[in-house]
Design a protein. Structure first.
Length: 226
């Protein structure tokens, strides 16, 4: 994967979408002449003359050989001395290391994003969800936020989970799981998909006051009322 990324400059998701990686094709070190460079006097030189800042390959090879076998402290000294001698050396190794780390991460996150988009299409086209009053609101990374009538939450949750998994089944061959959480307000306390005394109390409080609490609060109320 990393070799292909170095060759092409990008990785691909499970569905072939390209994810370009900055610095993946950089050389470990870049070389340019700076203002401290010693040059022979040229009587024909004018203000409009262009100074070639490209360092010859033999000098680059010499520095590469020195830097390749040096530890961080020695590399720093070599680079500092080169700067004084008129050659600016840019160390790209940390950028390259980060790009290499992103190779796998880009495939995983990019494929996850592709799955979310495919899931949105499947969910949006599902007739049963439409009949249940389900409405997709917006995506958040690899999550999809939606709403439905309270009494239909269990079936909507089942269908939503099934379609999310189905969206990647043609490419992702490992077993997948999709959790669906229900709540009255985004990132509020969870509400069970099963009808029971606690969900009935949560629903009543929310409809009357616009507020509700987690299961533990209502469990305590039931104990106190027993």
């Amino acid at each position: 994967m990393q070799n292909n990324a170095k060759k092409n400059g990008f990785t691909t998701t499970a569905w072939g979408r390209r994810r370009y990686l900055k610095h993946i094709q950089d050389e470990p070190f870049n070389y340019n002449y700076n203002d401290k460079r010693k040059v022979d006097f040229n009587p024909l030189f004018t203000a409009k003359s262009v100074i070639n800042k490209k360092v010859p390959q033999d000098i680059i090879d010499m520095y590469n050989a020195q830097l390749e076998n040096a530890n961080y402290g020695k590399q720093k000294k070599i680079i500092e001395q080169a700067e004084k001698d008129g050659i600016t050396i840019t160390n790209n190794k940390s950028f390259i290391a980060e790009a290499l780390r992103q190779c796998l991460n880009s495939v995983i996150q990019g494929s996850s994003a592709d799955m979310s988009k495919r899931a949105m299409i499947l969910i949006g086209q599902n007739e049963e969800l439409k009949q249940l009053g389900f409405r997709m609101l917006f995506p958040v990374h690899d999550e999809i936020i939606a709403e439905c009538p309270f009494e239909n939450r269990k079936r909507c949750a089942e269908l939503m989970s099934k379609l999310m998994i189905q969206s990647g089944a043609d490419k992702i061959k490992v077993p997948m799981k999709c959790d669906v959480e229900c709540f009255f307000v985004w990132y509020g306390d969870d509400v069970s998909t099963e009808d029971n005394e606690i969900t009935a109390m949560q629903y009543k409080d929310y409809m009357e006051t616009g507020k509700y609490y987690g299961e533990d609060y209502y469990k305590q109320k039931l104990i106190q009322g027993a």
